[in-house]
Write a protein that binds this ligand. Structure first.
Ligand code: NOJ
Ligand code: NOJ
Length: 470
């Protein structure tokens, strides 16, 4: 309680001094995030999941967390106007690229699995392989890394720096020796296989993993074309929908990646189902509620609007998630405002060990804020927005006046209501942080106090990416 009061006071004081609390948190999150890139004890270019070395020990490099965090750094790089700052971010990215190249060559326990080396999820902070038992492989990692680094490659190409791209990021030569090309080859050859989910607990076919695979292949094909590697571009695109000419398709019944992604939307449930074809790991996730599907949307946004935030399938799914966590956590019954969300209702990981009670997470609550901000932007820039059976509960819960079609002034009012609800989720997540902006992994489901890994790098990245969409 004391620290809630102190934190309210501090937010008030800092509002007076620097502007709104959100910009204060953004500056703190930027700082804590940067602290976790190659801290003492980690090798250059490596990103640790958290500085915590015991209870829990998160002082490791996870391919997924590293890629998501460096994607936030790529945004900082893209918007930096001060040349010194821009050089600082570029250096972090360059070191990350070098580290990733070494990482792709590091023998590890996934070498003996069918998808091979790049599915390994976690390494020592110094880059060495982790030999302990773990949920492996996790095939989202290479796709996430490719998505992040393809952004960097495109920035460099726009700036006329083709040779920088060719030496480290993308060169056509096979066997692939550059980071993006290796990741794309991995995705193109392994998207049909099962792997462990982002929570590292269940092996199967996951919406999240499939979504990052399709985005990596789409962006990768466009980059390959920009680099004159047409054959590879065609091959990456073929994984999405099959061969362009049906005569070239020896298996006309075969389902390709985009069909499989779309199969996760189950209209009778009003939900994007997180996992099909479970073939290992925990077996008690029955609710089909899993915020990994919401993260999938955020981590794969592209110009084609595929599964964008304002998509009715996404809005329907989001409302079911908010409702599930609203009912589940006693913390959400105390009148503090928007709902705190966790990973999934059956979760038993409390940040230290399994078999306990799962909790709210910062990054999943911030994700719901970001979905609102993105949906609001999309609706604002579309000529109109139509009510349908899937988005009706979202419209009701944001407090919109019922209309069959929103346009003109009605649409402006709607957009503002969506932004306000998004703000409430962001505020709600940060309310449980510390006054000086520290964000751990979890938020206790009863008390609201932080628990689990301190200053989880991904928590800070998720605040920043939400904040940037406001
Ligand atoms: C650590 C994993 O990272 C986490 O996702 C999982 O829930 C626990 N181990 C328990 O398996
Ligand atoms: C556990 C989470 O479940 C997983 O997604 C994450 O990669 C690791 N912790 C490291 O933050």
């Amino acid at each position: 309680m004391v620290h809630l009061l102190v934190s309210t006071l501090l937010v008030f004081l800092s509002t007076a001094a620097f502007g709104d609390w959100q910009s204060v948190q953004a500056e703190q999150s930027r700082k804590y995030l940067l602290n976790n890139i190659a801290p003492p004890g980690a090798t250059s270019g490596s990103v640790v999941a958290s500085p915590s070395r015991s209870q829990p020990d998160y002082f490791y490099y996870w391919v997924r967390d590293g890629a998501l965090v460096m994607n936030a750094v790529a945004t900082l790089y893209a918007v930096a106007t001060d040349p010194a700052e821009s050089r600082e971010y570029e250096e972090l990215l360059t070191k990350f690229i070098r580290f990733s190249q070494a990482n792709q060559n590091t023998p590890n326990p996934s070498d003996s699995l069918s998808s091979g080396r790049l599915g390994e999820p976690k390494f020592q902070a110094n880059g060495d392989a982790y030999q302990g038992s773990w949920g492996r492989p996790q095939n989202d990692g290479p796709a996430l890394r490719a998505i992040t680094l393809t952004r960097v490659a495109n920035f460099w190409l726009d700036a006329g720096r083709r040779s920088d791209v060719e030496t480290s990021l993308y060169a056509a030569a096979m066997p692939a020796a550059t980071v993006i090309k290796r990741d794309l080859e991995f995705v193109a050859k392994n998207w049909e296989k099962t792997s462990y989910d982002i929570w590292e607990e269940i092996s199967g076919q996951h919406f999240y993993t499939r979504m990052v695979h399709q985005r990596a292949l789409k962006e990768g094909a466009a980059l390959a074309r920009r680099m004159g590697d047409t054959g590879a571009a065609d091959y990456y695109e073929e994984q999405l929908r099959g061969p362009k000419d049906p005569k070239d398709n020896p298996h006309p019944q075969k389902k390709y990646l985009l069909d499989l992604v779309e199969s996760h939307w189950v209209a009778s449930k009003g939900l994007i189902v997180p996992t099909f074809d479970r073939d290992g790991g925990i077996d008690y996730k029955h609710s089909d509620i899993d915020t990994a599907v919401l993260l999938a949307v955020l981590h794969t946004q592209g110009k084609d609007g595929y599964f964008q935030a304002s998509d009715s399938r996404v809005l329907s799914t989001m409302e079911k998630h908010i409702e599930a966590f609203q009912n589940l956590y006693s913390l959400n019954h105390k009148g503090y405002g928007a709902t705190v969300l966790g990973r999934y209702p059956e979760d038993t990981y409390n940040g230290y060990e399994s078999g306990k009670e799962g909790n709210g997470w910062f990054l999943t609550t911030a994700a719901v804020a970001e979905l609102h901000f993105r949906a609001a932007r999309e609706i604002a820039s579309a000529p109109f927005f139509k009510t349908d059976q899937w988005n009706a509960s979202f419209l009701k819960n944001v407090g919109a006046e019922p209309h069959a079609v929103y346009q003109g002034f009605d649409k402006v009012v709607l957009v503002n209501k969506i932004l306000d609800r998004g703000e409430a989720f962001l505020a709600r997540a940060c309310f449980h942080g510390l006054p000086d902006g520290h964000l751990s992994e979890q938020i206790n489901r009863h008390t609201g106090f932080m628990q689990g890994a301190s200053d989880l790098t991904w928590s800070h990245a998720s605040f920043l990416t939400a904040y940037w969409q406001r």
